[in-house]
Write a protein that binds this ligand. Structure first.
Ligand SMILES: NC(=O)c1ccc[n+]([C@@H]2O[C@H](COP(=O)([O-])OP(=O)(O)OC[C@H]3O[C@@H](n4cnc5c(N)ncnc54)[C@H](OP(=O)(O)O)[C@@H]3O)[C@@H](O)[C@H]2O)c1
Length: 285
């Protein structure tokens, strides 16, 4: 466990449903202080109840739609004001977003929700992660990275279809993990990424084929297993690693290319901090 002898504070994005909720309940049951982030108020309220029943304490919960960066900024600021340390950030919020129109911030919705929102939140919580070092960031990736064609210099560029956008966003999750390990490793932060397998959740309900597959998919609890391992097991403290079923997992070359990871980091900073980029936390040790 991280922070032996203390209750860990673990922030779970996408904690209102599926893999994130299953992980949050298990962490609360194990004695951790869980902080939930979700988008839908009703699902977030129900998730608070599930986690309270699992751990015996009412978790703090923050609402933010990652398709609106100002909402991420508000939730991140509110969370940082209350929680002095974050032992683990579970960077899990994601969806197969429609590719029809750009977000209010001007980016592809899927790439913003699945990558830029979490990227911004990680920066907003960087001081809290450093205060808890050794700390961890666990990102929920996907084997869909294999078909991603992310333009790392313009990550928010509109994608041609929702599945193309999803692949690009999951490629970004892995590249984020690799560059976060390089930049934030010296702070005692261990970033990892994992593929949960094909899981029965609310994910992909817009896709008839994916919904059909749910007949044979695994449960959210099974999907959360590697996440829980990465969040706490000393053997899983492998900076920049990519895993599935508690084992190292292969990814395509362009999802783990260090040069692409650096470019993506810089262009993502510019995307979320805009003209204020120079005043943003650059994250360099
Ligand atoms: N299911 C699979 O087979 C599978 C496979 C590989 C990877 N994944 C990844 O696993 C992660 C969790 O997905 P899941 O399967 O557990 O699906 P899920 O049941 O749909 O849960 C997704 C979570 O992300 C949150 N979320 C979605 N859009 C958001 C937005 N715009 N702003 C803020 N939060 C948002 C949801 O919040 P609300 O409930 O409030 O909307 C929910 O808590 C995702 O990153 C997904 O890409 C899933």
């Amino acid at each position: 466990m991280v922070g032996v002898g203390e209750r860990r504070t673990i922030v779970v994005t996408g904690g209102s449903s599926g893999i994130g909720l299953a992980a949050a309940a298990a962490l609360a049951r194990g004695g951790d202080e869980v902080v939930l982030l979700g988008r839908d108020p009703g699902r977030l309220r129900r998730a608070v109840e599930v986690v309270r029943e699992a751990g015996g304490r009412t978790p703090a919960a923050y609402r933010a739609d990652f398709a609106v960066l100002d909402e991420v900024r508000s939730a991140g600021a509110a969370l940082a004001a209350v929680h002095e340390r974050v032992d683990v950030l579970v960077n899990n919020a994601g969806q197969l977003a429609p590719a029809r129109r750009l977000t209010v911030d001007g980016f592809d919705p899927c790439v913003q929700i699945n990558h830029l929102g979490g990227f911004l939140l990680a920066h907003l919580l960087l001081d809290r992660l450093r205060a808890a070092a050794p700390a961890r960031i666990v990102t929920t990736g996907s084997a869909a990275e294999a078909w991603g064609t992310l333009d790392v210099r313009r990550p928010g560029r509109r994608q041609v279809s929702r599945w193309a956008a999803y692949g690009a966003s999951k490629q970004a999750n892995l590249l984020f993990t690799i560059e976060a390990a390089r930049r934030w490793g010296p702070y005692g932060i261990v970033p990892t990424c994992f593929f949960p397998g094909l899981i029965r959740s609310r994910f992909g309900r817009q896709s008839p084929l994916f919904s059909l597959g749910k007949l044979v998919f695994r449960s959210p609890e099974q999907g959360a297993d590697t996440l829980l391992w990465l969040a706490g097991d000393p053997a899983a403290a492998m900076p920049g690693g990519y895993f599935a079923w508690r084992r190292p997992f292969g990814a395509t070359g362009r999802s783990v290319d260090p040069a692409r990871a650096r470019h993506l980091w810089d262009s993502s900073l510019a995307a979320v901090y805009g003209a204020e980029g120079e005043r943003s936390p650059r994250g360099e040790p």
